[in-house]
Design a protein around this ligand. Structure first.
Ligand code: N01
Length: 537
């Protein structure tokens, strides 16, 4: 029985990925009785499900880790510049074991409903198995890219070959040796997996609807000297990260606009950043790359030239050149030998923008012009119902008639990406309208969990039991988000940030792009002013 005597727990946590695990650790330290409910049969969230070949983080491994325990960050050793999925999952399991988190995790338990009762001030969640659990607080640690989506194309169930989704990859792995394989989708998951699948398959067909910008990752074993220095500065670097746009220290912000440099200076600058690898450094070449289309064109043109230089067949190169969005307005991909892969004899790029897939058949698929592709296996790298999908999959409502699906019908509305007005005592970790997906995710998860844990502590210290976001504060925050996004080039892209990848989803720019520094300052200000914009009772 939890401390209020009526409930099973003090806090229900939904999800045991990066956010849920830290929430267990942090809230337990406050003496609270918590439990995380996880649909998977292991912890790790995104890093548990996305086991596709080549899956690797696009944030450098020395950054992409927890900061809450200095011994942990000093002792853990990352072998490479960017962590692979198995390595990151190994790290998360180590954290779970090291801090004895598993005793408060219930695996293989998908939450179907969450209902708030205003009189008893309790959330009750129900599981797919039919059990119910109650607690005064509920935390949605459900992730932003956790609801994989197959395209809605006729005949998809008729395909008799092997069918995979990058976000639901089988644990035992897949051997494509000797097989004719189709990959549909060329976002980060497609771009990372295509070079590896190409090496195994007898033939690989890549079905591309939209060409994407991708930069070389330049992955390599971690330089021991770099690691030593980073670890020496870890504590200060983590602190400094909160005063940066993306939550990562070590990238001096640019002070020049692209037009202030000569064409040859720009070329040199982009060349150096291309050679260095990584996306932040490249996007930090000039301060107006994400604000001004002409400035952005200089960087976009540079990358298109590199694609044409790399890919030998001119028609394939042209098809691979992105031309419908400014660079950086969709997640900028990091790859290893992606464009080079199209020089292999066993790889064919098929453009499906003007000639879409009409139907799947038992043997493969057929395009609108009637051309057919016989395939032994298809890998769907077709993405996720991002940012709102996981919460909308749970039937979240209150006894006063609030319903999250109805409330978000025209797009998500949140206060700080932490609470939704009308849903008391329910918190989100890196919810929509927070910088989450536009930042170093683990840092943002820690920030939000700390904010939530502090709010709960504040309530307990002051004999309060009910917290809700103010409608007005929420509206102002949503308005501010939209204004910030509209002052950038981001809304020009048909990205999952805009909900544009899901047919019928409202077109709203969902992440906060005012930067981590502005956001965390706002949060601090809110707390200093007695939780301004929240109603506590
Ligand atoms: O998904 P996506 P993702 N017919 O939505 C295509 C993170 N991540 O899994 O662009 C044909 O980006 C779709 O085409 P289009 C990262 O934040 C990180 O790759 O809509 N094609 C697109 O090409 C990333 O941004 C890492 O025209 C269809 C692709 O499928 C996010 O996850 C690694 C289609 C989907 O691309 C999502 O990446 C992996 C249809 N009906 C992921 N429907 C790293 O850290 C969709 N597509 C490196």
């Amino acid at each position: 029985m939890a401390s209020n005597g009526k409930a099973d727990l003090d806090v229900i946590i939904i999800g045991a990925g990066v956010a849920g695990l830290y929430a267990i650790y942090r809230l337990r330290k406050q003496g609270l009785k918590v439990r995380a409910y996880e649909a998977g049969d292991g912890i790790g969230g995104t890093w548990f499900w996305n086991r596709y070949p080549g899956c690797r983080c696009d944030v450098e491994s020395m950054e992409y880790s927890y900061s809450f325990d200095d011994d942990l960050q000093q002792e853990w050793q990352w072998p490479e510049r960017y962590g692979t999925q198995p390595e990151i999952l190994r790290y998360l399991n180590h954290v779970a074991e090291r801090f004895d988190l598993m005793r408060d995790v219930q695996l293989e338990t998908r939450i179907k409903t969450a209902t708030f009762d205003c009189d008893s001030n309790l959330w009750t969640v129900s599981t797919e198995q039919g059990a119910t659990i109650s607690a005064p607080f509920c935390i949605m640690a459900t992730g932003n890219l956790s609801t994989p989506r197959f395209p809605r194309i006729t005949g998809i169930d008729d395909f008799a070959g092997e069918k995979y989704h990058t976000g639901l990859w089988p644990k035992e792995g897949v051997d494509f040796t000797g097989k004719v394989v189709g990959v549909i989708g060329t976002g980060s998951s497609g771009v990372q997996s295509i070079p590896i699948i190409a090496k195994q398959a007898k033939h690989l067909y890549v079905f591309q609807r939209t060409a994407n910008f991708s930069l070389p990752a330049r992955n390599a074993p971690l330089d021991p000297e770099k690691e030593r220095k980073h670890k020496e500065e870890y504590v200060e670097r983590r602190k400094a990260a909160y005063s940066t746009p993306f939550g990562i220290a070590g990238y001096p912000p640019p002070d020049k606009c692209a037009a202030e440099a000569t064409p040859s200076e720009r070329e040199e600058s982009y060349k150096a950043k291309w050679a260095e690898g990584g996306s932040i450094s490249f996007l930090f070449a000039y301060k107006d790359l994400l604000l001004d289309k002409e400035a952005n064109d200089t960087a976009s043109d540079f990358v298109r030239d590199r694609i044409r230089e790399t890919v030998k067949d001119p028609a394939t190169a042209e098809l691979l050149c992105p031309n419908d969005h400014p660079i950086g307005t969709k997640r900028l991909i990091l790859d290893t030998d992606y464009f080079e892969t199209y020089n292999r004899d066993n790889v064919t790029l098929v453009g499906i923008r003007s000639n879409p897939i009409e139907t799947f058949t038992a043997d493969g698929l057929q395009l609108t012009d009637g051309s057919r592709y016989d395939l032994d296996a298809i890998s769907f790298a077709t993405g996720f119902d991002a940012m709102t999908g996981a919460m909308r999959e749970i039937d979240i409502r209150t006894d006063k008639g609030a319903d999250i699906r109805a409330k978000w019908e025209d797009g998500p509305r949140t206060y700080l990406g932490i609470m939704v007005a009308g849903f008391p005592n329910m918190f989100m970790v890196t919810g929509p309208q927070s910088p989450g997906v536009k930042s170093q995710m683990i840092l943002s998860c820690e920030w939000h969990v700390d904010f939530i844990a502090d709010a709960i502590a504040h309530m307990r210290d002051n004999g309060l039991s009910h917290i809700d976001a103010n409608e007005d504060a929420e509206s102002s925050w949503v308005e501010h988000n939209n204004q910030v996004a509209d002052s950038t080039l981001y809304p020009l892209a048909n990205s999952w940030y805009m909900g544009a990848n899901i047919p019928g989803k409202p077109r709203i720019f969902m992440p906060y792009v005012g930067g981590v520094e502005a956001y965390t300052n706002k949060c601090k200000d809110v707390v200093t002013k007695g939780y301004e914009g929240f109603r506590l009772a």
